[in-house]
Design a binder for this molecule. Structure first.
Ligand code: ATP
Ligand code: ATP
Ligand code: CA
Length: 219
């Protein structure tokens, strides 16, 4: 398997978390920040690290940034640097440039200059936490697009001891169960005759409206 190469520019709370997690998962990560202290803190959690200004084209070039598969621009406090850095990365031909946006205007500019993915971690996390707070059934939530999500739901008494056929979830709610977690075990290819037990965690994919309906009426 060809390993993907990652670089993270800007080692604030967001960038350093991205960097640490990639490194923990065994990927190659280059950590870059203009602040020496931030870079030093990250040497234990990255394959390589460098002190460089994200807007310095020559510096980025000498780090070989154009050879990276994914570059995460995690500077949002300094919008000008974030934009200029993103522009340079796209001009270099970096395939996947993911950028943390500060606000809507920042996002609009990033879209125009070709950022491949724009993230709003504070807003996204806020939504996710609100969803946890308002639902006793939802344990986790992944947004796939504006309309589709994957949720993890705790099986209630209502669905316990029933099979997928009994529940007829796909036909009734348009949702599909991708997996059933039971303690440490996970069944990733549930068959229609598999039974659900109370407190199993159901991994369900579907349209948000359908998931909501399943959560409210089906469980
Ligand atoms: P947090 O994730 O902590 O909320 P943030 O998104 O608010 O961070 P900033 O605080 O602006 O972002 O910056 C994050 C990091 O980016 C800091 O460590 C800072 O030193 C670094 N940084 C800012 N400007 C540049 C630049 N031009 N080149 C390289 N690194 C930079
Ligand atoms: P379908 O075209 O709906 O799959 P089918 O007659 O082939 O119909 P089965 O695959 O045996 O039916 O499943 C019967 C019903 O059980 C389905 O209609 C569906 O509602 C439900 N079901 C089966 N597997 C799942 C799943 N993974 N997630 C949700 N519901 C399921
Ligand atoms: Ca911040």
């Amino acid at each position: 398997m060809v390993k993907k190469q990652f670089a993270v520019i800007g080692l604030g709370r967001f960038g350093s978390s991205v960097c640490k997690e990639l490194y923990k998962q065994g990927h190659q990560v280059l950590a870059i920040d203009s602040n020496e202290e931030k870079v030093n803190e990250m040497t234990r959690y990255s394959t390589h690290s460098a002190i460089a200004n994200a807007t310095d084209e020559k510096a980025l070039q000498s780090l070989g940034i154009r050879n990276f598969d994914y570059v995460v621009v995690a500077i949002s406090g300094d919008i000008q640097s974030s934009i200029l850095c993103t522009l340079v990365l796209k001009e270099f031909g970096v395939e996947n440039v993911w950028v943390k946006a500060q606000n809507y205007y920042h996002q609009r500019v990033l879209e125009k200059i070709g950022a491949d993915r724009i993230v709003h971690p504070e807003q996204d996390m806020g939504i996710r936490i609100a969803q946890h707070l308002t639902s006793e059934k939802i344990v986790d939530y992944i947004e796939l697009s504006a309309d589709y999500s994957i949720v993890e739901l705790i099986a209630t008494n209502k669905v316990a001891k029933k099979s997928l056929i009994d529940l007829d979830i796909r036909a009734k709610y348009g949702c599909t169960i991708l997996g059933i977690k039971r303690g440490e075990d996970i069944n990733i290819a549930p068959t229609p005759t598999d039974h659900i037990e109370r407190d199993d965690i159901l991994i369900v994919i579907g349209h948000k409206n359908d998931l909501k309906r399943f959560e409210d009426e089906g469980m």
